[in-house]
Write a protein that binds this ligand. Structure first.
Ligand SMILES: Nc1ncnc2c1ncn2[C@@H]1O[C@H](COP(=O)(O)OP(=O)(O)OP(=O)(O)O)[C@@H](O)[C@H]1O
Length: 309
């Protein structure tokens, strides 16, 4: 898939001298939903602000739709919609007006059909004449998205779209995001919720301490996540894996007292039954058995820890 956003060798130092981005390379594919995961202070907001041209990188280049964000700021920015985390709206403004005004700020001519389409898409059409302070929190978030879409951007950045919202509203937001993607909008969202990335992302990026540690297809990550480790504690130490079990990828640990068997939960058969039978037939006595699942959260935590070390 072609890239809609290219980030190459980007570094960003603030006036304090602190380097928040330490050489970021990232290709965002046209039409994808990319979730950016990272601990507090990782540089997610800095990266988004830099791509959107709100702050300028110290080194490196960024293009959006082929336009350089520094040399060709207006053209690049016109392709981007940004939904901030904080709800910052004029309380007494009416919904439709607020969205129309934002379109005007981008220098786009008035187009009521576009505004209607956006409001309908976000289920705000019935609320178009409501004052913003009369809306629920969820509806206010939808207004923020409508404003970000008012100038028909091709790329939409959502900063923590579901921070602090209840489960039902979260599902609702996910549906909105999926619908926008179906309409051809590329979506980048930052999130602290790993299950959010699992639910809607095509790809997942992990950022920590100003570096991108991983960008990977979500399904590939889920397959990794589907790994389980069966830990078998033995009564007495084992020198080698019994011949009959040579086709199992077994690890011997703890001077022969522990056997580790890694298997995929998605596989039709785990092979555990045959393994236990094989061990018993070979006269190996088991003391205890347990399993542990590696989750996206584990992968994430391990990655971040390794990077900090
Ligand atoms: N204007 C600024 N001046 C100096 N340092 C800053 C500035 N803005 C951010 N930083 C620092 O840069 C680092 C990255 O901040 P950033 O807000 O990009 O992180 P984040 O990943 O978005 O975090 P969070 O998940 O908490 O929102 C932090 O250490 C932060 O303190």
């Amino acid at each position: 898939m072609p890239s809609i956003v290219s980030v190459r060798g980007v570094r960003k130092s603030y006036d304090t001298g602190f380097e928040a981005l330490k050489g970021v390379d990232l290709e965002i594919e046209d039409g994808e939903i990319l979730a950016l995961l990272g601990p507090n202070g990782a540089g997610k907001t800095t990266l988004i602000s830099t791509i959107c041209g709100i702050s300028q990188q110290t080194e490196g280049t960024i293009t959006v739709g082929g336009h350089d964000t520094l040399k060709d700021f207006r053209a690049a920015r016109s392709l981007i919609g940004l939904v901030p985390q904080e709800i910052a709206l004029e309380p007494f403004e009416r919904v439709e007006n607020a969205v129309r005004l934002t379109r005007g700020l981008f220098g786009k001519r008035r187009d009521d059909a576009v505004i209607e389409k956006i409001l309908r898409q976000l289920s705000l059409w019935d609320k178009r004449d409501s004052k913003i302070n009369e809306l629920s929190g969820g509806m206010k978030r939808r207004v923020l998205i409508a404003k970000a879409l008012s100038h028909e951007p091709r790329v939409l950045f959502l900063d923590e779209p579901t921070a602090g919202v209840d489960v039902e509203l979260r599902q609702d937001m996910w549906n909105v995001v999926r619908q926008l993607r179906a309409d051809g909008v590329t979506i980048i969202l930052t999130t602290h919720y790993i299950e959010e990335a699992e639910a809607i992302a095509d790809r997942v990026g992990v950022i920590s301490a100003g570096r991108i540690l991983l960008v990977e297809d979500k399904d590939a990550l889920m397959r990794r996540m589907g790994q389980k480790v069966l830990r078998i504690e033995l009564d007495s130490p084992l020198g080698a894996v019994p011949e009959a079990l040579a086709d199992y990828d077994l690890q011997i640990e703890d001077e022969g007292r522990t056997l580790l068997y890694t298997y995929h939960t998605a596989a039709p058969r785990s092979g555990i039954g045959r393994l236990i039978t094989g061990l018993t037939q070979a006269g190996v006595a088991l003391a205890d058995v347990s399993t542990a699942q590696s989750s996206l959260e584990d992968i994430f935590v391990d990655l971040v820890k390794e990077n900090a070390a």
